[in-house]
Write a protein that binds this ligand. Structure first.
Ligand SMILES: Cc1cc2nc3c(=O)[nH]c(=O)nc-3n(C[C@H](O)[C@H](O)[C@H](O)COP(=O)(O)O)c2cc1C
Length: 345
């Protein structure tokens, strides 16, 4: 798919952990935009099922987003995961759950997911947390997919271009969810998509998709006027009817007492932007930069809290533009994000 040729230049961001669903992808493409499934945290079998379910709902092209694994042997050195585990024992006890022992293998099954996507290609494969390697890019392109790499600075953009990516998703610091820094232990910059479009454009002529804090058609028009071919929004879709956002997440997003969106490693070990709830207040300072090991450590806590709809102990991923979000049909969200100039036509 040529992302610069969308009827409405609005992309529903891949949102791992539940919000991205086949139904959301189908509704967004029916409204003229483009949708992604999120492969992160899924088993390869679950990903295969979601791709099939999406195809059963729509003939439109769609994408799949994959997490690039970071080297665990490097992360393991010096990171005191045991100490963080110790910090979390009291909250786990209170919820009646056991915390797992850290696992140091690729629990996200990167290679199997790539094999699956080569065997059964989708329109576009995007990557976050790194570049997948030139060989992976070549295999996916030979299978007929376009490859997009998410970047947060000019160096990452250069690396993605060197590997042969077809387009870049430029993710600014206002973005909800994980920051796509290519190193787990990187201190994320605070550049907005506006700054980043300029930086990345100075080193690459690839088509650029803008992401991070884009919540209305005016902002989308601004991104396009700065050279983006489309905008990618996540937070704006979290309360959409077809999104699989959990009840606890939905409640947290609408709790006026939670009034700060912050970047934290507390839940997963990677920097991610979400609302500052009790878990973030209590544990942000102690977390260690190890992903997805910390994510697995906190998973039973998040799952138990989600079950009882306690939004103080789950990750409430949200970008800086979450206030004022209301439940809406996915098509309404696409229409609200359509660049204002398009709507005037
Ligand atoms: C709940 C949530 C989950 C996300 N999961 C992913 C993901 O799996 N892969 C990815 O590339 N980006 C993910 N993102 C980031 C989005 O791709 C995008 O950069 C971000 O949502 C844009 O900022 P906005 O939330 O302000 O619109 C996620 C964002 C949110 C809010």
């Amino acid at each position: 798919m040529d992302l610069s040729a969308l009827r409405v230049p609005v992309i529903a961001a891949p949102m791992a952990g539940g919000p991205s669903t086949p139904e959301l992808v189908a509704a967004v493409s029916a409204a003229g935009g483009f949708g992604y499934l999120a492969a992160g945290y899924l088993t390869p079998d679950a990903l295969r099922e979601k791709i099939a379910a999406t195809r059963a709902l729509t003939d439109s092209p769609f994408g799949v987003n994959v997490f690039v694994p970071a080297r665990l042997d490097e992360q393991r050195q010096g990171a005191d995961v045991e100490a963080y585990r110790g910090e979390l024992l009291a909250v786990a006890d209170a919820l009646g759950v056991e915390l797992p022992q850290p696992r140091w293998d690729d629990t996200d099954h990167f290679a199997d997911k790539i094999d699956l996507l080569v065997d059964d290609p989708v329109d576009t494969v995007s990557f976050t947390f790194g570049c997948p390697g030139a060989e992976v890019v070549r295999r996916l392109q030979s299978a007929g997919s376009d490859v997009v790499v998410t970047v947060t600075d000019a160096d990452e953009a250069l690396a993605a271009a060197r590997e042969g990516a077809d387009a870049l998703c430029v993710q600014g610091s206002q973005a909800g969810g994980h920051r796509s820094t290519h190193r787990v232990d990187a201190i994320p910059n605070d550049l907005s998509y506006v700054d980043l479009l300029r930086e990345v454009r100075s080193v690459s002529a690839l088509p650029l998709v803008a992401a991070g804090g884009i919540a209305d058609g005016r902002e989308a028009a601004r991104a396009l006027s700065l050279g983006a071919v489309a905008v990618q929004a996540g937070t704006a879709f979290l309360l959409a009817d077809k999104a699989g956002t959990s009840a606890a997440h939905r409640a947290g997003l609408q709790d006026p007492a939670l009034d700060r969106s912050v970047v934290t490693r507390a839940f997963s070990g990677r920097p991610a932007r979400g609302l500052r709830n009790q878990f973030v207040r209590d544990h942000d300072a102690q977390s260690v930069p190890v992903f997805p090991v910390v994510d697995q450590l906190t998973k039973p806590i998040r799952a138990a809290a989600a079950k009882v709809e306690d939004h103080q102990l789950v990750s409430l991923w949200a970008g800086t533009r979450w206030q004022g979000l209301r439940p809406a049909a996915a098509a309404e969200v696409v229409a609200a994000l359509a660049p204002v100039d398009d709507r005037r036509r």
